[in-house]
Ligand binder design. Structure first.
Ligand SMILES: *Cc1c(COP(=O)(O)O)cnc(C)c1O
Length: 225
């Protein structure tokens, strides 16, 4: 087994374990989708991951993802690509062409641009609304209090909103934010929850994550250059 295979089995094992409490299975591990975050990773690590059969990947930059996955895609027709990073409106066309799911719908202007572009391309990509659960000034996302109104806008724009996504503040206990996001999703009748990264996905799973976004725990540390 190579490192990537080993990391994948370990992360999958931890997800399974996080579904169990006091020997009781609280969740079906099959309901927790593992998004392998391949951003900035060397291509050989991605090839190794593809070799395991894993087909769900996340990228945070449209341009980088395009350079890397446009060539790979045709070889892997069952691939699913999630956009997990901020999306500028001038990149919406490329994003809708390349990605299968947009996780970072975070403002009205983007909702409108996505709606127009999806109509043009005849697509209806599933989207997550990114929620700024920590009300951080520097962080993207819809304020929790503005979620109902934003959802209404998305509905009027005929966007296919499947759930909520969050990135907790670095200095706060993530579980509070995961529980909060879960509550917001329930209040708004949304099924999917994208939350948890390498450092905290085991906390996100018992709190209802249906997608965890894991990078370094699968691929190793991202090269800094
Ligand atoms: C990079 C990134 C991740 C993965 O981070 P790791 O700590 O490497 O698991 C998850 N979500 C988002 C939004 C990211 O940008």
């Amino acid at each position: 087994m190579n490192d990537i295979q080993k990391n994948l089995s370990e992360v999958q094992g931890k997800i399974k374990k996080a579904c169990v409490r006091n020997k009781k299975i609280m969740r079906d591990a099959g309901d927790v989708n593992l998004v392998a975050v391949s951003k900035k990773q060397p291509i050989d690590r991605i090839h190794a991951m593809l070799k395991t059969g894993h087909r769900l990947y996340g990228e945070n930059r449209v341009q980088e993802a395009k350079e890397r996955w446009s060539d790979l895609r045709p070889q892997y027709p069952d691939l699913t690509l999630h956009l997990i990073g901020p999306l500028q409106t001038n990149k919406v066309k490329d994003a809708v062409e390349l990605f299968d799911v947009i996780e970072t719908l975070d403002r009205p202007k983007l909702a409108k641009a996505l709606s127009v572009e999806m109509d043009k391309q005849g697509k209806s990509l599933p989207c997550f609304i990114q929620v700024n659960t920590g009300a951080e000034d520097q962080k993207a996302g819809i304020a929790p209090g503005e979620l109902p109104e934003f959802l209404k806008l998305c509905h009027d724009l005929r966007l296919n909103i499947i759930g909520l996504m969050c990135i907790p503040p670095v200095d706060a206990p993530p579980a509070l934010h995961f529980a909060f996001l879960n509550k917001l999703a329930a209040q708004n009748n949304l099924k999917e929850l994208s939350m948890g990264m390498s450092s905290d996905f085991e906390k996100a799973v018992p709190l209802g994550a249906t997608y965890v976004r894991v990078g370094s725990a699968l691929f190793g540390e991202r090269p800094t250059i």
